[in-house]
Design a protein around this ligand. Structure first.
Ligand SMILES: O=c1ccn([C@@H]2O[C@H](COP(=O)(O)OP(=O)(O)O[C@H]3O[C@@H](CO)[C@H](O)[C@H]3O)[C@@H](O)[C@H]2O)c(=O)[nH]1
Ligand SMILES: [Mn+2]
Length: 366
């Protein structure tokens, strides 16, 4: 007898629907959400409005969101608001701090739904969630890339003792169309577009830094949230467009120390707008030569064994920034202080997580 099978077309419940916030930094109306509606509508949005707080940001109907402008940030954080950048996408990290969810996805408002080589629309959020919910393999490189992916596995010679992997803290997505190039590269190659879709997700090996871009990024807020400070950028600061880079370097050395994983690759988004390369050059230029000292610094960072929580790691990192980078430029002394303010503000807004971190540090979590 033919097997009767009827399944009412019940829409699957979006993964992590009540455990993930979408954080969007913005200076413009959020019409871009229309394209993301099928993928984002079930999730709560945290909109961080930068620039003039009196400007009204239009959000399309039907989205569940909270919006914070500069007045709100100042009211909530008081003097500690000084650690949140103004007039730079770095302001987005305020959204990470006020969220109460386990996971964060952050996306820029000029990023749209991309299509894979078959022409299918990419649900970037779903792929990030898959990346975060499956382990990472930072201690030994798997040449077939993500071994936990459908149709892949660990290759011959991969130690079985390492195949359990470690928890994934960060999922770093990529971009079709406008690549995230620095200003000099953008100036030299104004027409270059990224058309290459690489069907891979890989763990960034332990001990290796990477240039983390904030425009299509997800992370486990409970595992690594306090390290995702996007620094002092924009208005009144000597540098911009190094917010996500700074956060990525701090995050990676702390993930390496705590045995957490960072993945990069899928999903892709469609980055639609090239920001002005001349404006970008003005923002970036100090970072372009400073980073020649910053990278060796992060490569040489050693965190003490008793740094068992992200907060403790981050405060230790702040000390080392002051001691070793303060002589590069006084900006790093200010940044080191702002790193401390960020942790104080984070713990103030997240007291239970802070208490758990202290318990962990005192080893009293037995
Ligand atoms: O002063 C500002 C400027 C912009 N924003 C919001 O931030 C993101 C990114 O802005 P935009 O797409 O205009 O700039 P890009 O150069 O493409 O951004 C890339 O460089 C990084 C700079 O840090 C950024 O993370 C990358 O994505 C948009 O949502 C703007 O609305 C802002 O909040 N304040
Ligand atoms: Mn952009």
């Amino acid at each position: 007898m033919a097997k009767a099978s009827s399944s009412a077309s019940v829409a699957p419940i979006p993964l992590l629907k009540d455990e993930l916030d979408i954080v969007i930094p913005t200076i413009r109306n959020l019409d871009f959400l229309e394209q993301w509606r099928p993928f984002f509508q079930s999730y709560h949005l945290i909109i961080v409005q930068d620039g003039d707080p009196s400007k009204i940001i239009k959000v399309p109907e039907g989205f569940d969101y909270e919006l914070y402008n500069r007045n709100d940030i100042n009211k909530i954080l008081g003097p500690k608001a000084s650690c949140i950048s103004f007039k730079d996408s770095a302001c987005r990290c305020f959204g990470y701090m006020v969220s109460k969810k386990k996971y964060i996805y952050t996306i820029d408002d000029d990023c749209f739904v991309a299509k894979d080589p078959t022409g299918k629309e990419i649900n970037a959020l779903e792929q990030h969630i898959k990346n975060l919910l499956s382990p990472s393999s930072p201690f030994f490189f798997n040449t077939l890339y993500d071994p936990y992916r459908e149709g892949a596995d660990f290759v011959r010679g991969y130690p079985f003792s390492l195949r359990e992997g470690v928890p994934t803290a960060v999922s770093h997505g990529l971009w079709l169309n406008i690549p995230d190039y620095d200003a000099p590269t953008q100036l030299v190659k104004p027409l270059e577009r990224n058309t290459r879709y690489v069907d891979a997700v890989m763990t960034i090996p332990k001990g290796t830094l990477f240039p983390m871009c904030g425009m299509n990024l997800a992370f486990d807020r409970e595992l690594i949230g306090p390290a995702m400070y996007f620094g002092l950028m924009g208005d009144g600061q000597p540098i911009g467009r190094y917010d996500d880079m700074w956060a990525g370097w701090c995050t990676k050395v702390i993930c390496d120390h705590l045995g957490l994983g960072v993945k990069t690759g899928l999903p892709y988004i469609w980055h639609s707008k090239a920001s002005n390369p001349f404006v970008n050059l003005k923002k970036e230029y100090k970072g372009i030569y400073w980073q020649e000292e910053l990278i060796p610094f992060f490569q040489s960072v050693a965190l003490p064994k008793d740094c068992t929580s992200v907060q403790k790691c981050y405060l230790e990192l702040s000390k080392q920034v002051k001691a070793k980078l303060g002589k590069v430029d006084d900006y790093f002394n200010k940044l080191a202080d702002a790193m401390i303010t960020w942790i104080e503000a984070w713990d103030e807004l997240n007291p239970s997580a802070a208490a758990a971190a202290v318990k962990l540090s005192n080893g009293s979590s037995k």
